[in-house]
Design a protein around this ligand. Structure first.
Ligand code: 6V0
Length: 302
């Protein structure tokens, strides 16, 4: 157990519970607080997770929103999810209301808390969470394209027959339809991906489609996605709790593009410690700008 380690999960549905489950086995939290608008869901999830908590030795309990506002890290997973065929941006109106309610009910939020936004559309909601909470931009993070990036690295790992963790590649921009892959900056063992002979055989359009379309494929088959995001969010919490200064692509306000979306960022106790500027070719730069423009237009409405 370490300091900076009381974590509140607001929204105890499939994503919140998967996150709690992944997090408790990391054994880094002094306590995990579960919050939901439905007392029955809180009770059920805490009873079920407590059986796993006894093996992992992590204390887990239900809590009121006011207590969640005093946690070191507040992960927000409350809200509606996409239906089959529905873009994430369609969720804005419903989840804006949920987020307003969640942030309002946690006030006063601790000044040094870090908010990790997971509910969709995650980029817009991260922007709104920052405005509503009044916390500095570095303390309000969205899970962004971290999950998309893990999907990309797993795919490339199979293609190049190398462990995905040895691939340095990023999906940038929106966690949604306008996201893009920074192909030119991708490396394996320091060697640019573009310099591998196999690179010419990659169908880049197809890879982009597989990566950005994976969530919808899972939703079509079983109605929701939760294990992948649960593991990614647990990893981000781990990075913050242990001040690991690991670089992950996450949603954050990016000065250069004047919008909240994903760029690689160094993460630690105070949230974002640095945002990196990925070298892009002309076409990639245009695509990232287009992603920023699309999101900015929606951001300005809130
Ligand atoms: P779910 O299983 O329906 O759970 C949502 C929970 O939120 C329910 O238990 C609700 O009771 C609760 N809730 C609603 N309003 C409030 C409120 N005001 N205060 C507290 N709790 C509330 O949905 P699921 O867990 O599957 O998804 C949650 C969110 O995560 C959705 O917006 C998804 O779109 C989003 N995801 C984000 C991903 C990402 O990569 N960022 C990935 C997958 C899902």
């Amino acid at each position: 157990m370490v300091s900076h380690s009381r974590v509140a999960i607001v929204g105890a549905g499939a994503v919140g519970a998967s996150l709690a489950y992944a997090l408790m086995f990391k054994n880094i939290c002094s306590e995990i607080l579960i919050v939901d608008v439905s007392p029955d869901i809180v009770k059920a999830q805490v009873l079920d997770l407590a059986d796993a908590a006894s093996v992992s030795h992590t204390r887990i309990r239900g809590a009121a929103p006011e207590e969640a506002g005093q946690a070191d890290i507040i992960v927000i997973t409350a809200g509606a999810k996409q239906r089959d065929g529905e873009p994430r941006t369609k969720l804005i109106e419903r989840n804006y209301r949920v987020l307003k309610n969640v942030i309002g009910s946690m006030q006063p939020i601790r000044e040094d808390a870090v908010i990790l936004m997971v509910s969709n559309p995650v980029d817009i909601l991260t922007h709104i969470a920052r405005k509503l909470s009044g916390l500095p931009a570095n303390q309000v993070i969205g899970s962004g394209t971290y999950l998309d990036t893990t999907r990309l690295c797993v795919h490339l790992g199979e293609f190049f027959d190398v462990n995905p963790q040895s691939i340095n590649a990023f999906v940038l921009g929106e966690h949604g339809d306008s996201q893009m892959i920074a192909w030119d900056a991708a490396t394996i063992g320091g060697q640019p991906l573009t310099s591998f002979p196999e690179y010419q055989n990659i169908d880049k359009k197809k890879v982009s489609k597989i990566v950005s379309g994976k969530a919808m494929e899972i939703i079509r088959l079983k109605g929701a996605t939760f294990y992948g995001i649960g593991a990614c969010a647990a990893d981000l919490v781990h990075t913050i709790v242990l001040n690991k200064k690991v670089v992950h692509p996450v949603s954050v306000f990016v000065e250069k593009y004047g919008v909240t979306f994903s760029m690689p960022a160094k993460i630690g106790w105070e949230g974002i410690q640095h945002v990196y500027d990925v070298p892009l070719n002309k076409e990639e730069e245009e695509r990232l700008q287009a992603s920023a423009d699309a999101l900015r237009e929606i951001e300005q409405l809130y």
